[in-house]
Write a protein that binds this ligand. Sequence first.
Ligand code: ZN
Length: 316
Amino acid sequence: MKIIDTHCDVLLKLQMAKRGKMYNKEPLNFKNSEQLNSNLNRLKKGGVMAQFFAIFIHPDVPSEEKWQHALEQIDLFYTEILGKNPEMKHIKKWEDFDRLHDGEVGAVLTLEGADAIGNDLVKLRHLYRLGVLSIGLTWNNANLCADGAEEPRGGGLTLFGKEVVKLNNENRVFTDVSHSTVKGFWDMIELADYPIASHSNTRLLCDHPRNLYDDQIKSMFASNGLIQVVFWPPFIKNNDKKVTISDLIKHIDHLCSLGGAKQIGFGSDFDGISSFTERLEDASKYQNLINELLNYFSEDQVKGFAYQNFLDFRPQ
Ligand SMILES: [Zn+2]
């Protein structure tokens, strides 16, 4: 079954390798590097028809260097992912999903944390022109747009953050709530025309600030938003080393019980995570999840989770 995956951190790994900061200073090959959970061979083996690639800059990078880091990651997206692999097709607008052929893998550029733009809407507009189709205002810390999920202050959106959401709306770009504070979430849900939680689970089943409370989940569904479940064990089950696909399916089941059967999907977080759900260790294992889902849900429902819900609820 085909898969759309709305979050991975391949670009950060490619950049770190290129800067000589990991893996014995060897550059990574997107096609087959063992160190990439979502390399091209694994995406194809897992049936992934489209993969989202996040531009993510670690908070340790000095503010004045962040824009350069973003440009480097975008350059790696164009040169290493698209440039060297003819079967990778850049999805620059939502309609491009409809032009993908069998054997091709769509590639979507996203931004995880708007720190790199500072307070500069010119930079944001450049990102749209380069093909960024989803923007999360923050990672876990605060920036000029908002507080992030683990910022103790727990604030909502700044005036500038609200400007960013409005520009997202004008450009038919998702506003990603995955790393938001609770307060920031409610600010965004009020303003965003296209909300998505690109990689978050349910807080009722796993109480972590990166997951969503039931009232947030219901309001996402009421706002035509998408919630994409994430495979990292600490977001699936508290305090447990062994996490299985059945544990992940409990989150999917709970989202369905809140009315989301047609508005949920997958955002693995591969290459941004350091431990794995059993039998879901990289993108090539995606069909293990599909096969287990088919034990509990109809084929049509599972197709929905795997790709169709996303296609139905992408910005129009
Ligand atoms: Zn993340």
